[in-house]
Design a protein around this ligand. Sequence first.
Ligand code: NAG
Ligand code: NAG
Ligand code: NAG
Ligand code: NAG
Ligand code: NAG
Length: 547
Amino acid sequence: MDVASYQPGRWRRFYDRWCSLTSLFVLALSAVVIAALLIQLLDQDLISTTNIMHKTLASIGAVVTAILSSLGLTHASHSTNLAHDDSFELDLAWYPPKPSSITNLTAVFNSTGVWGFIFNTSHTPDEQYGTYNWCNMPHVRAKEYPQPPAHYELVYVEVIHRHHLRTPYSSNSFPTEPSPWNCDDIALFSYSSPLTPASPPSKPAYHSPFTSPLNPFLPSPIGLQGTCAFPQITLPGLTDSHHHGHDLLSVYFPLITPSTAQFRVTNNPITSQVAGALLSALLPGTNTNTNPIITPLLIQNKETDSLEPKYPCPFSRELFSAIQSTPEWKLHLSLARELFAQLDEISGVPSTDSGFHVSFDHYFDNLSAKQCHSRPLPCSPTGCITQELADSVYRLGQWEYSYLYRGSQQALNASVAGFGVWIAELLAHVTEVVKGEGGPVKYRHNVAHDGSISRLLGILQADEMHWPGMGAEVVFEVFKLEKRYFIRVLYGGQPLKSSSPMLKGDKNGMIPVEKVIGYLGGLINLRDEDGITRHDVGEMCNAPVAA
Ligand SMILES: *[C@@H]1O[C@H](CO)[C@@H](O)[C@H](O)[C@H]1NC(C)=O
Ligand SMILES: *[C@@H]1O[C@H](CO)[C@@H](O)[C@H](O)[C@H]1NC(C)=O
Ligand SMILES: *[C@@H]1O[C@H](CO)[C@@H](O)[C@H](O)[C@H]1NC(C)=O
Ligand SMILES: *[C@@H]1O[C@H](CO)[C@@H](O)[C@H](O)[C@H]1NC(C)=O
Ligand SMILES: CC(=O)N[C@H]1CO[C@H](CO)[C@@H](O)[C@@H]1O
């Protein structure tokens, strides 16, 4: 289905719910009573009307009723202060990112350094906090938190971030890896325990990898050596995860309790490893021996997970590969020929290995994982990878992510289809909160991947796109001001700058909830059909890619 050419008529019903919200409040309570009566009459089929009228009335009525009851009738008298003109044009177009040295290939090839970005430590000095740090990206914490203006009440928070420092993936390993990665300082727990009180309990147990001198068989290729799983979160990564949780708690603590916080991970075990370290900070003191509180980690089916994301989406996959067939993409690869030759010679990667040469992804991962863990850059008998060469790889990796997820005109469509299901889930949470049907959960926390964060930043049309490093975080904050709701989107702990006019906030970063839901919902054609929320991501994923 078509992302950009949404149908105004179908959309309007959903959108009307939000626009009519404030204006309806200006009306007297009696109007509400009449609407509620009408709905009751409709439900009993006492008066006849068209199906469409029924739907419209029912949805407006439901919102008004829900909001009224969430406020309590006593607050209705304040409604006269809240007359706002919230009309806006729904704009679902792609806008190019701000031109910068990351988007400029001449600057990427013909400069040195990495624009002050950090690649060799998790620690960012306080006075530089907010600087891009691949090893540990900036996130929300009390010290830099942009305080909302007085009277804005924080009612809901949804956090999504990339996992923290890990070993390389075995697929990014060089053919021979002389220095082993050992993880003897970490227990990778693997056990199961009955949740039924009557059953005998289990005890925690962990995997301890070993090799046997009597086992003559070697994995092929040999690749990374050592006792780590490739990948797994390393000790510095677990430490960063714990600090990340601690920093989030320093800002959102009233919302984070065992009964108000919910956690979600992907099927890649590294996100569960991060969650364990986060939880010890986010829910401190709940894990005593006398009263252990075990925290469920929500997880979807590994073939259709919306967070990783893993659901089958040929349209998105083909569009991303089309972006990597454009003249601009090919140009950067051909300009990089000499760089690849130097890297191949030292690493021993054959120049025919396509995985290492369709992009800088693998070299970037190999080199940055080493540097973040304070390991030296690799050498061969003929020479070493210099910092200058590594920096060139880092600059090119930034250009690639910026182009794939923002620079190409196809980037928005590709990301919407590829991550739209998670967007629908997010909007469902926000809608429930605004309707007063949110239930006890006030804080949701998703541990995800760079693929998730990149697509999300593509959908949010980040004005400055880069490769989201370890721990890269987007937070959706929902605020209530009297009877109105606002969303603030934080990236790296500060209000996100978007190229789309739909996501421009006021000076505090506040965006009326109607605009955010209008934009994100519009992209996936989110709508209410007879009380059931639907969207078109499934259809989009199976649409043919225009030649
Ligand atoms: C996005 O996808 C739709 C449907 O395939 C298409 O009509 C539209 O032109 C696409 N936008 C871009 C910029 O390619
Ligand atoms: C880099 O600078 C050189 C010399 O000025 C120039 O010939 C080359 O085209 C530049 N590279 C790019 C990618 O623009
Ligand atoms: C790209 O960067 C080069 C070198 O830094 C600069 O001369 C050129 O004006 C830039 N191009 C654009 C479009 O900004
Ligand atoms: C880390 O990198 C920066 C700049 O690239 C450099 O100035 C600094 O000395 C490096 N630190 C270590 C510990 O290598
Ligand atoms: C992080 C990573 O993958 N490091 C490897 C990169 O390649 C060199 C050279 O083969 C290895 O020594 C590193 O272990």
